[in-house]
Structure formats: C-alpha cells, structure tokens
Write a protein that binds this ligand. Structure first.
Ligand code: PMP
Length: 307
C-alpha cells in the first residue's frame, strides 16, 4: 500500500488516515458528480526545512464561491480550514512536494439529481506530486474536438467534479492521438483553456489570455502570472482569442496548480515561435518556481509555511 494512504485526511469533521476516509457507493456526489474541489500545491524547500502552501486563502475563497454556485455550504471559516490543513500536514510529517485536494461534496444518499435539500460535507486529502505536465520539454497540443462546457451548462467557474468529464474526454483524445494536452474552444469557437489549466500566448511582447467569460476556470496561477507580468512591466490583456492566433503566436504556455508554467511547442502540429521556450515564458516560469519555493521575498505573502 502506498505510504501516503496512512497519512491524515479530513472527512465528516474528523482527521483520520486517508485509507479510512471513504464514502458509501450511494453518495450523491459519486452518482451525479455533485461536488466541487480545489487543488493546492505545497512546495518543500529543503534548505529552509519548510513546506510552503501556495495562495491558500485564494483557494479557500474559490472553493467557497464554487460551493455558493452549487448550493453547498463551506462548513469551515478560513482560519479553521487552515488549521485542519496544517494539522494534517504536520501530523503526516510531509517533507516533500505535496498536492492538497479539498473536496466539498453532496454526501447525502438521496436519489435524484438536484442541488437543494441535499446534505454536504468537506473532505481534504494530500498526495505527493511532482510535475503534472513536463515543464522542461514543450507540450504538443491539439485543439479538442470536444467543446468546453459553458456557464449555462456546467459552469467551469464552479470547478464542479461532474464538469471534469468534459476534461477527461479531451485529455484522453489528445493523449491517445499522440499529443500531450488538449486545448478547448468555447461554445462560440474562441480559445478557452486546457483540460486542467489556463492558457496564455505572447504576441509582439504582449501577454494575452482568454477573459473570464471564455468558459474558463478562474485560475489562481493565471491570476498570479498576470500579476507577475504586470510587476515586470509586460503588457497584459484578457480578451477573446481565435484559434489561429495560437498558431501564429510567438509563445504559448499553460498555467495551473498542477501544470505550473508549462510551455507549448505546438498546436495542431504547427510549431509555436521557434519551437523553444520563449523569453517571456522563461521569465515568468523562472519567477514562478522561485516564488513557490519561498525564494522571492516580495511575494512571500502568497505562501503559508507549514512548519
Ligand atoms: N482550468 C481548469 C479546468 C483546471 O482544472 C485548473 C486546475 N485547477 C486550472 C484551469 C488552473 O487553475 P489554478 O491555477 O487555480 O490551479
């Protein structure tokens, strides 16, 4: 059994080993996908002997917003949420890069797909995680034949579990066709995001990303990248992007908690730029990796040290 299954998890108000944090097969969320989740990284910095959680409060706030959309109640205040997570990680003696998955789910055993009058619960677990996408070699991507779910179907802003069927279809299609990742277009045909990450392109020195009405998840890494770019005086714009703007971009990359900053080498077999990581991407990626490991004093407020 994987060692981390013995580490503490949180479910139904209790901290207990992950291997014992289970639900009944009738659980509403399991049957209907009625749950919302978060994904938070902790970066271990050996020299400092510390584990840094990235933008914990922003993740809490986004989960709370998801709960609001899906008629669930966040049972913990931010400070309680933070206390539970710190307790779990300290008791688990985590000394490596970690991924935290807070998961608000409809815990009722009730039949019928609905949101109201169904009880919910918050669960949290931690797993070890290194790179999710390779950040050193470029991502070979394809525009998916699956269209991104829109706000009036399954709101991507809600980070709803059920919505990840859309992601799974696109991701498998991409991998099984020899690509590394999929890029979704929205229902209007504009570029939306990757299967589990936001997308950026660089054209003539400007950093461009789909706006928040392009059926994206409002990524916390996306927001961080925009801030880093502004701080570095790189012009940024959030707007609709057409598919062929990707083909003709100078640079393109994904951002996300899992993906971190992962550069894109091709879209639909068209090489992006000169086929190398671009200078703007490189600046932002380097900065991001320094920040999350606690090496940039001016962004230290984004981190919650565990020890
Ligand atoms: N879009 C989707 C669909 C995602 O699942 C994720 C990962 N949470 C992201 C974007 C990136 O969001 P964040 O930077 O907050 O991890």
């Amino acid at each position: 059994m994987s060692e981390y299954l013995e580490k503490p998890a949180y479910i139904k108000g209790q901290v207990l080993p992950l291997k014992d944090a289970n639900v009944n097969i009738q659980t509403h969320a399991l049957q209907y996908g009625t749950a919302a989740f978060g994904g938070i990284r902790g970066y271990y910095q050996a020299e400092a002997g510390n584990l840094y959680l990235f933008r914990l409060e922003d993740h809490y706030n986004r989960l709370k917003a998801s709960a609001h959309i899906l008629q669930m109640k966040m049972p913990l205040t931010f400070s309680e949420f933070q206390d539970v997570i710190l307790k779990m990680l300290r008791e688990g003696n985590w000394k490596q890069d970690v991924y935290l998955r807070p998961f608000l789910y409809k815990a009722d055993l009730a039949l019928s797909p609905r949101l109201h009058n169904v009880s919910d619960d918050l669960a949290i677990y931690a797993i070890p995680l290194n790179d999710y996408l390779d950040t050193k070699t470029g991502q070979k991507t394809m525009v998916s034949s699956y269209v991104r779910i829109s706000d009036n179907q399954i709101p991507t802003r809600s980070k709803a579990s059920g919505g990840y069927i859309n992601s799974a279809l696109a991701k498998s299609e991409a991998l099984e066709n020899g690509y590394d990742e999929a890029i979704f277009l929205d229902i209007h045909g504009f570029v939306s995001e990757g299967s589990a990450e936001n997308i950026f392109l660089v054209k003539n020195g400007e950093l461009i990303t789909p706006d928040t009405t392009s059926s994206i998840l409002e990524g916390i890494t996306r927001r961080s990248i925009l801030q880093l770019a502004r701080d570095a005086r790189i012009p940024t714009v959030e707007r609709k992007i057409s598919r062929t703007e990707l083909y003709t971009a100078d640079e393109a990359f994904f951002s996300g908690t899992g993906a971190q900053v992962a550069w894109i080498v091709s879209v639909d077999r068209r090489t992006i730029g000169n086929g190398q990581i671009g200078p703007v991407t490189k600046i932002l990626q380097d900065k991001y990796f320094r920040i999350v490991r606690g090496l940039e004093q001016s962004y230290f407020e984004w981190l919650t040290p565990v020890y």
